[in-house]
Write a new protein. Sequence first.
Length: 442
Amino acid sequence: MNLHRLLQQRAASGKPVRVGLIGAGKFGSMFLNQVPTMAGLEVSVIADLDPERARNACWTVGWEAPRIARTRFVASGAEACADPEVEVIVEATGSPPAGIAHARATIAAGKHIVMVNVEADVLAGPLLAGEARAKGTVYSLAYGDQPALTCEIVDWARACGFEVVAAGKGTKYLPAYHSVTPDEVWGHYGLTPEEAKRGGMNPQMFNSFLDGTKSAIEMAAIANATGLAVPVDGLHFPPCGVDDLPQILRGREAGGRLEHDGMVEVVSCLERDGRPVFRDLRWGVYAVVKAPNDYARTCFKEYGLKTDASGWYAAMYKPYHLIGLELGISVLSAALRGEPTGQASGWRGDVVAVAKRALQAGETLDGEGGYTVWGKLVPAERSLAEGALPIGLAHKVPLKHDIAAGAVLLWADVDVPDSAALRVRRDMEQRFASPSAALAAQ
C-alpha cells in the first residue's frame, strides 16, 4: 500500500510519474478522466490510430486546454514506447498482435508496461513477463479489470494462509450467447444501435463480453498468473449469487460443481431460464477459501462469513470493478514499487477458437466477438496436444476446410500468415509447454 504517499513524494520533488497511453478507447478514456486528480502523475504522450479522436477523448473527459497542449498525440504506438520521458506504457489497444509488439518495444526500451490488452497477455503473456523480468522492468495486468482484481484477492487469501479453492468473476451468461453476432448484441444490453453508437461502443468488442470469449480470456490470464487450474472442456458459468459461492464453487468431492478444488470459474447472474440470480456478482470478482483448521472454521462463523453447509468453505468478494478509473493503481505500483498487479508465471490456460456456426472453406475468420468464432477456455496442455488455434490469431485468416458448428478450430484448418505475433506465440509454446504436452504435439 502507501501508493498515494509515494506519489505525493514524487509530486513534491517535481518528478512526476510519466505515462504513455496506447489506445484512447473506453478503458483509456476512463484512465484519462482520473489523471487531473492524481497529482504527481502525467500522461506525456497518447498514441491512437486516430490522434484527433484521442484529443477529443481528452476534451470529453474534462481535460483543460493547458494539459492537452502539453500532451503529445501520435499515431504510432512504437513512438510512444520510445518516448524518453515515459516511465510506464499503458497498452489498451485490444489487438493481440499490436499488444505483443508494443510490449516487446516497451521492455526493450527499459520501461514498465501495464497490459490492459489481456487478449495479448493470454496469447503470449508468460513469455512477455519473462522478458520483462530479465530486463528488470515490470510487466503487469491492469488493475480495475477483473483479472488483476481477482489476482489481488487470491494473493490476499494465500498471504493469510488460506487455501484458494476457486477464484473468478461474475458475468451475464446464457448458453445461447455463444452464437450471438455483433448485429444482435445491443438487444442483450438493453440498448439500441443508435444509443450504443452515441456512447462510442464497439459492437464486436461488446459482443466478446457476451459470447463467452472475454470471460475465457480473463480466466486464462488469472490461471496463468495464480497457478489455479482451468476446466478440461471450458467454463461452466454456473448461476450463483454471492451467498452461494462457497457452496457451489468447490470440488465435486466436497459437494460443489468444480472438477476439483483450486480452479478458476465464472458465475452467471442469470438462471438458465433467464431469471435473475439473487444477489448476483455480475460486476464483481471473488475467491472461495478453505479454513486450514477447526479454529479458523469457527472464526468464519464468528465474524459473519457466508460459508457452505460444513462451515469449512467461505467466500471473499468485491462486488464491482471500475476498469480504467482504477488503472492508476497498476501504473503507480509499477513505477513506485516495482511490482505488478498480477503477472503470468506459467502457461496453464489457453483460449481456442470455436465455430459459432457451420463454416465453409474459403471463409475468413474475424476473431473475438465476431460473426464466425468464439473463444473457449481449455488447459494449455490440451490446446497444444490438439493443435488448437488460439483465438488471438483467429483474425483475418482464411479457412482451408469446412468446420462444423461448435467444433474447435485447429492450426491445420487455417492459413495463418507469418508475423511477429505468430513467432512470439510459437516461441512461448516451446518455452512454457509441459513435457507431456510437448511430447503429444510431436
